[in-house]
Every structure is written in C-alpha cells, then in structure tokens.
Design a protein around this ligand. Structure first.
Ligand code: XUL
Length: 521
C-alpha cells in the first residue's frame, strides 16, 4: 500500500513553510521554507512587509507575493518528496491580514491556469494589491469610532478582545473610510489563511473559529458574525465576508491546478486553515489544555487552551481549533527589552544565560520593573527600567540581570493569572528558550515544570499537518500530538524559590500598579 503523508502549510509574515508528516514513521518529518525577502526581492519587502516611511504605523504586504511563494513551495515540495502520497493538507496564516478581492468565482477558475501563472491570473481579481498586516497600528481612530458605537466593554464581551488596531475589523473600517472605491469594488475580504486555502482547494474557503476571532467581528461565545460589530465597522460588510466554519473541517479535494502541474493526488483533501497562533496551539500539543506555551521572541507571548470564556482587556480570546477557546497575551518588552539591558550593561548573552546557575532567590526584596518600552500587557507608559528598593549603582551586574528576568516573568505570571486558565506545565519556545536562566526563572515563578521541544518543526505548520492527519483518520489529536511533540524537561521549580516568589510577586504587583497609575517612580 502506498504511504500516506500529511502536509501542513504556514503562511507567516516572513516566509511560507511546509511540514510533511508520516504517522507510520514519526521520526521522518520533512520541512522546508520559502523566505519572502530572499526569493522575491521585486516586492521590496523587509522581513516580509513594507512600512510607510512617512507614517511607520502603516504596514502591509502583497497577496501576490504569497501566491508566488505558494508556487515555489509546491515546486520545491514536488522536487523533494512524492507529493502523490499526500492524503491531506491543513495550514495556517499570519492572523489579521486581509486580502481584498473583486470576485468570489476566481478560485473555481484556477483549474485551467497555466503552470506558474497563478499570480498573474489572481492579480486581475484583487481589488487592492496590498494586504494590511498585523504589524499595522494605524487604525486608532477607527478603533475609537467602532468602540464608541458598540461600547468598549461590549466589544470585549462579544469578540473576546478590546477593539485592537491590528485586528481586521478596524483595518476594514480604515479602507472603507480612506479607499471607498476599493471597499465598494470588493466582493470578498479573505484572511491570509482562507485566501491560501481557497487557492489550494479552488473553492471560496471559509474562515475557521480560530482565525475569525482575530477580527473583532465575530461573537465569540457562539462563533457567528455579530451584526452590531459589523454595522459599526462598515456598511454591507456581511456579504463581503467568508462563511465561518468549525475548525478542522473538510473544504474539498485539492484543486486540479496542483494535480496537473505538481503531481498531487486528486483525492488529497484540503481542510479549513486557521490562524498561526491557534494552529501553533495544536502543533505544540497544547490544544487539549494543561500546557501553556511561552514563546520568547521579539515580543514574548503566553498562550494556552481555556474552556472558560473570560474576556479581559489586556489579552485576547481566540477559538481553539480543538474546541472551546484559547487565550493569548503579547508582551512588548520581550527580546528587544532583553537586548536593551544587555547593551546597557555591556555584557554577553553567556553572562545573561548563566545568571541563574547555582542561584536560589531567597533573600532580596529588590525589584526591577522591566519596561524599556510602552507595555501593552498591562498598559504601561515607560521608556526605561526602574529599580525599586535600591540604587542601581550599588548592585552587581549579575544581580541586575536576575532582577530584570524575574520582573519580566512576574509581569507575565500576573497577566496569566487573570486568564484563570489551568496551567500544569509550560512549553518554552522561541529564540530565548535556549537560555537556562529563562527556563529556571519561569519554573520558579509559575511553579511548574518547563519543557522545550526535542524537534524544531514550525509548530504552526505542524498544527496544520496534524489537523489533516486527524481528520483523515490517522488517530486522535491527543495521541498524534504526543507522538509528534516529544518534549525535554529543562527546568523544575525549586521549592524555596517558589515560596519566596509567592510573596515577592505581591510587592512587584504593588510597584507595577504605581507605574500603571502614572505615578513617578
Ligand atoms: C496575534 C498576532 C501575531 C500574528 C503573527 O494577535 O498579531 O501573533 O498572528 O503572525
């Protein structure tokens, strides 16, 4: 019998990636990635996006570049593996980015397109060549307008997030106000995820609960478009939006274009795509609850599954592809703040990373509020770190580093507690997850074991591949997640430190409250 492979695609900000799994042979995972800047210099993107020089809050990318990347990805896949063995395809896209189309029929017609010509055909169906992306923060005015009609708290209770600049609703309102002709010409507003899924299936694909929840337009408790939010955003919006589907559902067989030109099996099934964060939850094996994922990147993020719907203003609730909800909190003072401290102290990463070696925090009430930049979780205005209970000049470099790292995770823990999610263990991912200091501090602040993944697959693409495998009958999500998510224990809580931190975090919270209130410290 021919082997059955499952493909997951992640259409993210800087690249498009693929992960191919074989459930019979789980050690044999194939991955590849197409970087946008390197492969498509003609679009002049930097890290996959363009930024307006005059107004840097405006950030966009090009849907046609994503289409070109999809072609290249398919080409490379077909050169490296037998794509006729791929039985199912799932995937995800960067959240919030919108693709503006003047036709809903375009996908059906892709079957007759000549090899390599997808983007030149799709070009005729775009009502805007640009797609605003999640890095765009130019819509404060639109957020205020929508929130003043619906009410701040109503937006939060309905959609699971406060009205947020990068979310698609505010971006749509901006286009309605500033590019009225684009808005009027548009018949369909896809998200990045549903756009790629539509191309693959030659079908006008739906949005799943996970990605639709990043728009401030869906009523989260019942997963339907919310009439009041739609009306406050722009007129006649509902007919321009895709349908909303449960996650992990079949969209249809792969489109003929990919069968004819790249050798896919015409029976390969395409499943509804999700947002990259919900898909990562699946890919990290955290969708059934118990595990939280702490991703240490440019910004740090904390996300976890949660059965309870409990909206708070400094976090987002998205649909969990495996059912119920997930929480996501972003912290602006992540790796960029760690770099700022490293620069200021003139130390190496090695000093930083070994700062907790042999150290058990038990006897200092000194605190650092670690905000080099304005923080969003919680909202804090700040442009420097603050030392509480000591003069900075009196402290050794190593102690400053420790207090700073503690401060970052105290802040994260306080925000995580507000989500009321059950966290039994933590998976650490992202660039700084290699640091033993970070891992030990997280273990003590959260009083939980900390793991990293043994393999380094793109978790969002892996989530897509697992979805396809589960829905094709290869096994339960729980069993496949365990197989493909081998974890390594990297730190355990130290009881003395845990009980010391329990009290210290209260002192930290008080100092942070002062800063939130704008009191000079
Ligand atoms: C989440 C968000 C980012 C993007 C990255 O709200 O904006 O994590 O999804 O692709």
């Amino acid at each position: 019998m021919k082997k059955r492979l499952f493909l997951g695609i992640d259409a993210s900000t800087q690249s498009m990636s693929a992960v191919v799994i074989d459930c019979e042979n789980p050690k044999n995972v194939f991955s590849l990635s197409v970087n946008f800047d390197e492969n498509f210099p003609e679009y002049k993107t930097s890290s996959g996006v363009c930024t307006d020089k005059e107004n840097p809050t405006q950030v966009w990318s090009y849907p046609l570049m994503w289409v070109d990347a999809l072609e290249l990805l398919m080409h490379k896949l077909s050169e490296n593996i037998d794509v006729s063995c791929i039985a199912g395809i799932g995937g995800a896209g960067q959240q919030h980015a919108s693709v503006w189309l003047n036709s809903v029929d375009v996908f059906k017609n892709l079957k007759n397109v000549q090899k390599g010509k997808l983007s030149s055909i799709l070009k005729q169906s775009l009502s805007s060549e640009r797609a605003p992306v999640w890095l765009d923060t130019s819509t404060s005015q639109e957020c205020e307008e929508i929130a003043s009609i619906v009410g701040d708290n109503n937006v939060l209770q309905k959609s699971g997030s406060v009205q947020t600049e990068r979310f698609t609703g505010a971006q749509i309102r901006k286009i309605f106000k500033k590019n009225r002709d684009v808005y009027e010409r548009t018949r369909r507003i896809h998200l990045n995820s549903s756009f790629i899924c539509s191309i693959l299936s030659h079908n006008d694909a739906p949005l799943d609960y996970g990605d639709a929840s990043g728009m401030n337009l869906m009523s989260m408790p019942d997963f339907t478009w919310d009439c009041q939010l739609l009306e406050a955003t722009a007129p006649n919006l509902k007919i321009k939006l895709p349908l909303i589907s449960k996650s992990m559902r079949l969209v249809g067989p792969i489109g003929e274009y990919f069968v004819k030109n790249y050798g896919f099996n015409s029976e390969a099934k395409v499943f509804v795509f999700s947002g990259d964060n919900p898909s990562s939850l699946v890919g990290c094996g955290a969708s059934s609850g118990g595990s939280a994922v702490v991703s240490l990147g440019t910004s740090d993020t904390f996300f976890c599954a949660n059965n309870a719907y409990f909206p708070i203003d400094c976090a987002h609730i998205f649909g969990n592809p495996a059912g119920s909800f997930m929480n996501l909190t972003c912290f602006r003072n992540g790796s960029l703040a760690r770099e700022a401290l490293k620069r200021e102290l003139g130390i190496s990463w090695q000093t930083f990373d070994s700062s907790f070696d042999g150290y058990i925090p038990t006897q200092t009430d000194k605190i650092i509020l670690p905000y080099y930049f304005d923080e969003i979780s919680p909202k804090i205005k700040s442009d420097k770190i603050r030392c509480i209970g000591f003069e900075r000049t009196n402290l050794e470099v190593l102690e400053i580093v420790r207090l700073f790292i503690e401060g970052q995770f105290f802040n994260m823990r306080l925000q995580a507690d507000e989500l009321k999610a059950k966290v039994e263990n933590i998976l650490l991912t992202g660039g700084a997850s290699k640091s033993s200091a970070m891992a030990q501090c997280v273990a003590n602040v959260f009083n939980s074991n900390v793991y990293t993944s043994v393999r380094s697959e793109n978790s969002s693409a892996l989530g897509g591949a697992l979805t396809a495998a589960v829905m094709s009958g290869e096994g339960s999500l729980k069993s496949l997640s365990e197989i493909f998510n081998e974890r390594k224990l990297v730190a355990s809580p130290q009881s003395e430190a845990v009980s010391f931190y329990k009290n210290k975090i209260i002192t930290f919270a008080r100092a942070r409250e002062n800063l939130i209130k704008g009191n000079c410290i």
